[in-house]
Design a protein around this ligand. Sequence first.
Ligand SMILES: Cc1cc2nc3c(=O)[nH]c(=O)nc-3n(C[C@H](O)[C@H](O)[C@H](O)COP(=O)(O)OP(=O)(O)OC[C@H]3O[C@@H](n4cnc5c(N)ncnc54)[C@H](O)[C@@H]3O)c2cc1C
Length: 505
Amino acid sequence: MSKIRTDHDTTTEASSDFGHIVEATPSGVFHPTFPADIVTLIRFSLSQPTPFAVAPRGKGHSSQGQALAPGGIVVDMQALGDGRRTNHRVAVLFDEMYVDAGGEQLWINVLHAALEHGLTPCVWTDYLRITVGGTLSNAGIGGQAFRHGPQISNVHELDVVTGTGEMITCSPEVNPALFFAVLGGLGQFGVITRARIRLERAPKRVKWVRLAYSDVHSFTTDQELLISKRTSGSGFDYVEGQVQLNRTLTEGHKSSSFFSASDLARLTGLTVETGSVTIYYIEGAMYYDEDTAASVDQKLEALLEELSFVTGFVFVRDASYVEFLDRVGREEQNLRSAGAWDVPHPWLNLFVPRSRIVDFDAGVFKGILRDANPVGLILIYPMNKDKWDDRMTAVTPEEDVFYAVGLLRSAVGRGEGDLEQLERENAAVLEFCDRAGIGCKQYLPHHASLDGWRRHFGAKWGRVAELKARYDPRAILSPGQGIFPPATAAASVEPSAAGAHTASS
Ligand SMILES: Cc1cc2nc3c(=O)[nH]c(=O)nc-3n(C[C@H](O)[C@H](O)[C@H](O)COP(=O)(O)OP(=O)(O)OC[C@H]3O[C@@H](n4cnc5c(N)ncnc54)[C@H](O)[C@@H]3O)c2cc1C
């Protein structure tokens, strides 16, 4: 049976993504059974007078069409794992403390497979229904990254199908150029079909904490204290943060399920009392298990004493490790029932150098977004640059500490004008950063021009271009990123032809 489907429903589904902003229809969608099928597809493309584009698609949770292939072939990576919860494409090696996971695997599947052995990956994204290959092509950041680095810093080995149609195993020791290129490589050098990911012992439970602040200086000082070596071991195992603009957290259906009704009433009181347009929250998590259950409250108490949140504004919940990690999965269910999940998401993520975060706060939260009443979340939390390996393609600002700032807003229920308004605000934020010389970098980047990409990669640009010429010289891979102009043609693939070429093992 052919592995390429060209029917309207299938190509329409692969024409859009979580962002619902960009649309581009592929000629077909390829459903590989084995990684070798992807080798065959790429070689088939290269055998054409003008090759067609090939875009691996994890879950299509990008915001700007990064996994689309206009006129080309989208590879439905999920077909490899067959979408099952645990399967033959996730193997945990207890003694070696790693998991071999297919690039198509959802992180939630990796979590459950590892937990069966009492183990867990060290670093998590906030949402677990995204794929190993998708996050490793970006970085994979979350509240554990300050200690362990991003997910791309926790990989031992990869299997990659390059844009030249070769299947190559790579690691820091073997084929290191390809290994580091692919990590944060935006899908430009190859398709990740397997990743060997570091594991550690899994905790059982979590003290999940939010602390409220009315001023940015105490908030950032405490966040930076929490990610410093001074508290590691005695501090939080996870540190993130949020900014609430104009009571957006305490009003409306977007309210987080973390807070009870009485918590929300108190927080509303705080906003009124301080007259502040911005309230900040540190979100922390302290892991524990049977051995440490007796001492965790004391440890938490001691840590809280070091911090300067608004007196009394500490909120603690006790959760299982899985309940904590899968928190956005529950939000997804709530948003889906409210019809607020499949809406445009003009998300903008930035890495802002520590030395300029207060300027960013003044210019963006208290300036451009001052009167905004956004639906969605604004995340802000610091990370340590020494946990990132500069040989990887991912880019960060120059400073030792930088903040991830996520303007994760949804255009809900106010028509197209809402999306345009949010996009205008995003453009104003980028322009402000440029003008003020903030020196930030986009995460999950989107640049409309080659010049934008050159500036994004900075000193790494020459190397990126060289690696592209080596591993994907015809520029067929992940054209939706818009970095290298494709010399590709629309795929005119007879389904039966591609199917006949497809390897079965
Ligand atoms: C609700 C939500 C919460 C999120 N939270 C976080 C977070 O906390 N931290 C964080 O870092 N990110 C977060 N993300 C962003 C997420 O990491 C990206 O969307 C990422 O692209 C993963 O999505 P995906 O697996 O669906 O990949 P896709 O969107 O399908 O693909 C992303 C890019 O990678 C390429 N690609 C996909 N699979 C492979 C592969 N196997 N090999 C090579 N290239 C490949 C694609 O061609 C595309 O260019 C979040 C996204 C959502 C929707």
